[in-house]
Design a protein around this ligand. Structure first.
Ligand code: 4LM
Length: 394
């Protein structure tokens, strides 16, 4: 398998296994549910793990495995596992690592469905969960108990873009022999590689930047070979959140332009964040590319760029915020992020509607907070659309 020292080249060539039967440039889509055995003995050997051959696509599929090899290379881990959604990756990871009586330390800010899984489903299974500010080293240290097994976080955090120091989290985890899981969805491996900071498992909603074209729901988990194999052969196999070969092919296609797209998302993000910050109708902008953002100091050390997502609050009322979002013409009112189109949404009533009002307040997600996922359009068109809609908030 060929590998470059440059990640831009690896998004195109890295991890590519074969050219297929006919020497195809594009990865073949092995659209099959099952695989034929020469005889009973061969089938039995495969199920016993004595023969590397395939059995059934929930257990492994060559197209999906090619994506897994590519993602492991990009994140700098031994292996990767692909899932049918980002939430499939989150649930398969934590349920492989935690059992009744164990304790999870996680962030008080998380994507809404990850919060719901940790706040409702895990406690129902007898797993204890503490929600703390993972950017606060003392709070993280104080949360660790004798039965703590895992630290789970996102950075930057959806939707307020809080940045967690990965070196600090990894060092604390090592002291207490804990497994760390970091959701790298907002950065992609182009802008941040958590494993190089000592994080064990790196997670993605591949629905977002990795695929990049708004036409797939998918997830990826990258990490040590033994742990990834265990997840594939336990929670992924038995709960079944697998990625389809066609979706894997679409994500592989998306990866080829990931480095170019991340560069443009970042350039547009910076320009739009600066425009909003200077606008007299805007109260506050949350974007790590702005020098007044608390996570700005980690740019360069941990992150190669600030990416394309930001949140902001207008000076006006909730009704004015709604009127502003409704007045946009080019920017699309939609959840998700990482697509070519600029997407705008209202976290309190959409992506984070899984939080109760007091939980939203605790997480610092106000009713007037707006999240903008800047796309790949000409930045001047994004700014012009925001500008005409901001007239309602003046
Ligand atoms: C959204 N997010 O924010 P699937 N991790 C992070 C996420 O933002 C998401 C997931 C995992 C949004 C979806 C509507 C940081 C999702 C979950 O949607 O299951 O692929 O990923 O707009």
């Amino acid at each position: 398998m060929w590998e470059s020292k440059n990640i831009e080249t690896n998004t195109i060539h890295g991890g590519k296994k074969s050219q297929g039967e006919f020497g195809t440039l594009s990865t073949p889509i092995y659209q099959t549910s099952t695989f034929v055995f020469d005889n009973v003995q061969q089938g039995a050997q495969r199920f016993a793990g004595e023969d590397g051959g395939h059995m059934y696509s929930r257990l492994g599929n060559p197209t999906v495995e090619e994506l897994e090899a590519r993602m492991a290379l990009l994140e700098g881990t031994e292996a990767a596992a692909a899932f049918g959604s980002g939430m499939g990756a989150v649930s398969s990871a934590v349920l492989a690592l935690l059992k009744a009586g164990d304790h999870l330390v996680t962030s008080h800010r998380l994507y809404g469905c990850t919060f719901a899984l940790f706040n409702h489903q895990l406690p129902a299974l007898g797993i204890e969960v503490s929600f703390v500010d993972l950017a606060d080293e003392q709070a993280l240290r104080a949360a660790i108990r004798p039965n703590t097994k895992v630290i789970y976080g996102e950075t930057p955090i959806n939707p307020c873009m809080t940045v967690i120091d990965l070196d600090t989290v990894a060092a604390i985890a090592r002291q207490h022999d804990l497994t760390t899981v970091i959701d790298n969805t907002f950065m992609s491996p182009i802008l941040q590689r958590p494993a190089s900071h000592g994080i064990d498992l790196v997670l993605h909603s591949a629905t977002k930047y990795l695929n990049g074209h708004g036409d797939v729901v998918a997830g990826i988990l990258c990490g040590p070979g033994e742990l990834i194999d265990r997840i594939k052969m336990t929670t992924r196999k038995d709960m079944g959140a697998v990625m389809s070969p066609h979706d894997a092919w679409l994500v592989i296609r998306g990866l080829k332009t990931l480095h170019l797209r991340m560069q443009r998302h970042g350039e547009n993000g910076q320009l739009v964040a600066e425009y909003l910050q200077d606008h007299d109708a805007v109260e506050k902008v949350y974007y790590p590319g702005l020098p007044n953002h608390p996570g700005h100091a980690l740019l360069g050390r941990q992150m190669r760029g600030a990416g394309g997502v930001m949140a902001f609050e207008l000076k006006g009322s909730f009704e004015q915020a709604v009127a502003f979002i409704n007045k946009l013409q080019m920017c699309k009112r939609a959840v998700s992020l990482g697509d070519a189109e600029t997407l705008i949404q209202h976290p309190a009533s959409m992506t984070h509607s899984t939080y109760e009002p007091e939980e939203l307040a605790e997480a610092g997600i106000s009713r007037t907070l707006i999240r903008l996922a800047v796309g790949l359009e000409n930045a001047q068109d994004i700014v012009a659309d925001l500008g005409q809609a901001l007239s309602v908030a003046r």
